[in-house]
Design a protein around this ligand. Structure first.
Ligand code: COI
Length: 356
């Protein structure tokens, strides 16, 4: 597919305070758009970022066929932008799309669209360590029709936003609570897809948690309400002496790309890595007897976020972490080092784009 490029005639970049970036509040000058009609993707174009017009009968609004990805572009040097694990994000987008009966996107189209967008907006990539250009590919049903059925028309956009830390805590430990009344996902549902509705459904419990002073909900399984799953905005890891444990995937947990990177690196460092069921009881007991050393989350937006406190049914465990723990810090430094091109990328995770 040939991508047409229409450049914005006025850049907003001089209005941006790159020293105070909030997550996802401002958007770069351009976006990518492509349409799906008559069984194929057509009209790929880079154009100025701006409002889009749809009818109130657009199916995504009514039946929730919408999936997205979260990726980041990192400043390597004046002429080089690094994208991280692009093929993995592309694969996950297609997996999410398949789960919601939406069309897949060709890998080459996905990567070319990102590359062209990077070339158009490379000046928007913040230069400081810890900052990046967040990339949000999103696909939704654009057909105008009220029958509850699979749509036949879709749109795919990529918008981008310069960002710093995701949580207002920055890199300070976040506070998590389990929820007694709500669940995020059930086996056979859409929990492992990056479906927009998964997030909407989690907002009420997250809002309640935040009113009680917690940052996010630590989701437990829907059947026994006992096994830890994920945080919704990130996957979760528990470090014991020489052992790193994270909940197994199994259909209800988002297969995080940062999660996968953490697992690979930890294995290479000689750590015993376990993807398995972990009960909340095990975490409370090991926190109390001191064998639980660190807890941290991993996600594209969250990067590596230390967890300082977990609340469950009236019981609170605090982890002895004023700041990020040494293992999480090493993981953060290694992953970001690879992303910014400062460390050797022996896994071929980085896709460099020449710009400028
Ligand atoms: C990401 O980590 O990129 C996410 O999509 C999580 C969140 C911002 C919804």
């Amino acid at each position: 597919m040939k991508i047409t490029i229409t450049k914005s005639d006025h850049s907003r970049i001089n209005e941006i305070d790159f020293d105070n970036l909030q997550f996802g509040r401002i958007f770069s000058d351009h976006m990518f758009e492509m349409k799906y009609e008559d069984g194929k993707w057509i009209q790929g174009e880079i154009k100025p970022y701006g409002p889009i017009t749809f009818e109130p009968s657009m199916m995504a609004l009514h039946y929730g066929q919408a999936v997205f990805e979260g990726m980041k572009a990192y400043y390597a040097d004046e002429n080089t932008i690094n994208l991280f694990r692009v093929k993995d994000h592309h694969q996950r987008l297609n997996n999410s799309a398949k789960r919601l009966c939406m069309p897949e996107i060709d890998e080459e189209v996905f990567i070319t669209a990102l590359e062209e967008l990077m070339k158009a907006d490379y000046k928007w990539i913040p230069k400081k360590h810890g900052q990046a250009l967040y990339l949000r590919p999103v696909m939704f049903a654009s057909e105008e029709y009220l029958a509850a059925k699979v749509a036949e028309e879709y749109r795919f956009y990529i918008i981008t936003s310069p960002v710093g830390a995701y949580y207002s805590e920055g890199f300070n430990p976040v506070k998590l609570t389990t929820s007694e009344s709500y669940v995020r996902a059930v086996k056979g549902g859409t929990g492992e897809a990056k479906a927009a509705g998964n997030y909407g459904g989690s907002f009420l419990p997250a809002q309640k948690a935040q009113k009680e002073g917690y940052t996010q909900v630590l989701w437990l399984d829907a059947i026994e309400h006992n096994y830890i799953e994920e945080v919704g905005t990130m996957n979760i890891f528990f470090l014991f002496d020489g052992k790193l444990v994270t909940p197994q995937l199994g259909g209800t947990v988002l297969p995080g790309i940062t999660r996968r990177s953490v697992l690979s690196l930890a294995k290479e460092w000689g750590i015993d890595v376990q993807e398995r069921k972990i009960s909340i009881r095990e975490i409370i007991e090991t926190a109390e007897n001191g064998s639980l050393k660190e807890v941290f989350g991993a996600g594209t937006a969250a990067v590596i976020s230390p967890v300082g406190l977990i609340h469950h049914q009236g019981k609170t465990i605090t982890l002895d972490q004023e700041k990020i723990g040494p293992f999480a810090k090493k993981m953060f430094d290694t992953i970001t080092g690879i992303q910014y091109g400062k460390l050797n990328d022996s896994h071929n995770w980085v896709h460099s784009v020449k710009v400028g």
